[in-house]
Design a protein around this ligand. Structure first.
Ligand code: ADP
Length: 172
């Protein structure tokens, strides 16, 4: 289901659990400590194993909107890119720019590591309460900017509602 396609470069919106993805990298919606948490972060740490936490402890955290990379350990992905997205505080605290930074800095880091296939979760739209429609617009904008540099970019949605929102946005 290539929602958006330039030549053989694709952005795919899929439903599933990002910890099962076989792309070279998966992105983690982390928090600024990088020491694990709930939601997708917890799922990634559980599946990757304790060695991930050991590597994360050496990174001294990560600022909101920035990104850091680790190995994937027991995951099928070689790398995990960790980015803390913004907590939604009503929209006038620079949240949109920060979410854009999370996507952009994740893509930049992936390019530096010559990663060609990458999977994203819907950053910030869980516990951090960022509105999903706006998040989907931001993802689309940045993914289109980087599309040429990747074979396949996946947006892995965990629930139907999120999936429908991203799919609708990509079809616009
Ligand atoms: P944040 O704190 O950035 O909001 P959450 O983990 O709370 O992060 O939620 C981000 C999104 O990830 C939500 O849409 C949530 O449903 C989704 N999610 C949770 N677990 C997984 C998973 N295993 N794979 C993909 N997405 C997941």
């Amino acid at each position: 289901m290539g929602i958006n396609k330039i030549g053989d470069k694709m952005i795919k919106i899929i439903k599933g659990d990002i910890t099962n993805q076989e792309t070279q990298a998966i992105v983690n919606a982390a928090n600024t400590t990088l020491l694990g948490g709930g939601g997708v972060d917890g799922a990634i740490h559980r599946k990757a194993g304790k060695e991930l936490l050991e590597e994360c402890k050496k990174l001294n955290g990560c600022k909101t909107g920035e990104a850091k990379i680790t190995k994937g350990y027991n995951l099928r992905s070689e790398y995990i890119i960790h980015t803390p997205g913004p907590v939604w505080k009503g929209g006038d605290k620079g949240e949109s720019k920060l979410l854009e930074n999370s996507y952009r800095n994740s893509f930049k880091l992936a390019k530096e590591y010559n990663i060609k296939t990458i999977s994203f979760p819907s950053i910030s739209t869980g516990v951090y309460r960022f509105p999903k429609e706006l998040a989907a617009k931001i993802f689309k904008k940045v993914a289109l900017e980087f599309q040429e540099s990747f074979e396949t970019i996946y947006m892995v949605c965990f629930d139907n509602q999120t999936y429908d929102i991203y799919k609708r946005e990509m079809e616009k």
